[in-house]
Design a protein around this ligand. Structure first.
Ligand code: EPZ
Length: 417
């Protein structure tokens, strides 16, 4: 089992290109099932979660070829409507295949995606919406048996929570439904807009993505198309945290600064200087971070829950107290226990984590238990005295492409052993 070995307190410098967004690539890969002809997906990150989605596409009969960061996918030969359990469990987001397979094949059989490390991951909003679109869904023995023999019908759907996955599932299913679907209280994340941009290039008629209400006029077919995945705003926020804890100046390229509009002020409160122009960000950290005050995770455009762990790690060595409120997931503070082992002073109580800044963290053997928690441990290792050994880095590889190579190219002393 490989681990990361990080020797702390090395300054970073230079510039790096931020990878394509995992949470944009995954729903777009699922949506390719709807299309006839060739899709060329550029800037697709090389991640285990993307590989898992590619395996599902191949299992369903699609052709998938990868050339570095470009994936060529043809959905024409899709001929199956079931996804076996071992493929479903590889990544939580595989539920987004439900709407795609149902819309393409008229039926779908897949296992309940497991919960994951950050809490139970219910799919009630997905199922309720697809039923409102005419799907018959039976849940038994951990499997979902779904039918829409005469195709899906456009419906007015009101989401009780702006769920990212449910919004994506509905957008994909509605693209080929008969009639018009309206999603009220839709998620507004940039990845939703990226998915809508891709589907509209394929001939879909999706209006209002990025707003609270999305309208989809169903069409009869979709044509494969080229598309470039947007930059990963959470990877960008993670690299900002790495620079923040090492008092470094770095430049991030290929980003969309507006997607970081709720993250940038938190770093500025902590004393960092951030200048964005075009697709680049110049990030400059102070020698000592100030407290991040209060950080509340919210649906976009609020502060992203996925950035909570890496920024909380940075707050551990700030001068003062930072308070985090995790409003999206039930169990997303598992990294705090490992940070305390490294000398952090953190108290969690339900949604709230109170972080009293300490002078310094010290290296220790720590264990990652989820994707963003793993990133938090890397951030902590970069500023800790002596060395930190991080195990469980398979979680990191789900969402970060070669993070250790990116960081060592910026001057960090970090290697996979
Ligand atoms: C997406 O997960 C992302 N994953 C998550 O990123 C991200 O944290 C999350 O959106 C919120 O931004 C992908 O895009 C692949 P949700 P998703 O549906 O779609 C509840 C990462 O680290 N809910 O918006 O699962 C749910 O329990 C990952 O990259 C229901 O109750 O998130 C949660 O509390 C982690 N019923 C809240 O809504 C449902 O049917 C937000 O979930 C669906 C969700």
């Amino acid at each position: 089992m490989s681990k990361l070995l990080v020797k702390g307190r090395q300054k970073l410098s230079g510039e790096t290109y931020v990878q394509g967004a995992k949470n944009s690539a995954l729903p777009i890969l699922a949506a390719t099932i709807l299309t006839k002809g060739e899709n060329v997906i550029y800037n697709c990150p090389e991640l285990s979660d993307v590989d898992a989605s590619s395996r599902i596409l191949r299992y369903l009969g699609c052709e998938v070829e990868r050339y570095n960061h470009t994936l060529i996918i043809k959905g024409d030969s899709a001929n199956r409507s079931d996804i076996p359990d071992e493929l479903m469990r590889k990544t939580r987001s595989s539920i987004v295949f439900l709407g795609a397979v149902l819309a393409r094949m008229g039926k779908a059989k897949l296992s309940f995606p497991g919960g994951c490390e950050i809490g139970p991951r219910p799919i009630d909003l997905h199922l309720k919406a697809l039923r409102e679109m005419g799907a018959v869904i039976k849940e038994k023995h951990g499997y979902l048996d779904c039918y829409a023999p005469s195709g899906l019908i456009g419906a007015k759907i009101a989401l009780s929570f702006p769920s990212v996955g449910a919004t994506e599932d509905i957008m994909i299913a509605a693209s080929l439904a008969k009639g018009t679907t309206t999603i009220t209280n839709a998620a507004r994340e940039p990845e939703i807009c990226d998915l809508a941009d891709y589907l509209n290039k394929c001939g879909a008629k999706i209006y209002g993505a990025g707003e609270g209400v999305i309208v989809i006029d169903g069409v009869t077919s979709l044509k494969g198309s080229p598309h470039t995945i947007i930059a990963d705003r959470i990877v960008a926020a993670t690299l900002m945290a790495c620079a923040a804890v090492t008092g470094s100046d770095i430049t991030l390229n290929g980003i969309v600064s507006s997607h970081l509009a709720s993250v940038i002020p938190v770093f500025e409160d902590a004393g960092c200087n951030i200048k964005c122009s075009g697709g680049s960000m110049k990030f400059s950290a102070p020698q000592k971070l100030k407290s991040m005050k209060v950080v509340r995770t919210m649906p976009y455009p609020g502060f992203p829950t996925d950035a909570q762990a890496p920024l909380l790690a940075a707050a551990c060595i700030a001068d003062g107290t930072s308070v985090f409120v995790e409003n999206i997931f039930e169990n997303r503070y598992r990294h705090t226990g490992e940070l305390v082992r490294m000398g952090a002073n953190i108290k969690t109580e339900g949604k709230v984590a109170v972080v009293e800044g300490v002078n310094s963290l010290y290296g220790a053997p720590v264990e990652a238990t989820d994707l963003r928690g793993a990133a938090a441990l890397v951030v902590a290792g970069l500023c800790a005295e002596s060395s930190t050994e991080i195990s469980g880095i398979r979680y990191l590889e789900r969402g970060y492409e070669n993070l250790e190579l990116t960081l060592s190219a910026l001057g960090a002393d970090i290697k996979k052993v």
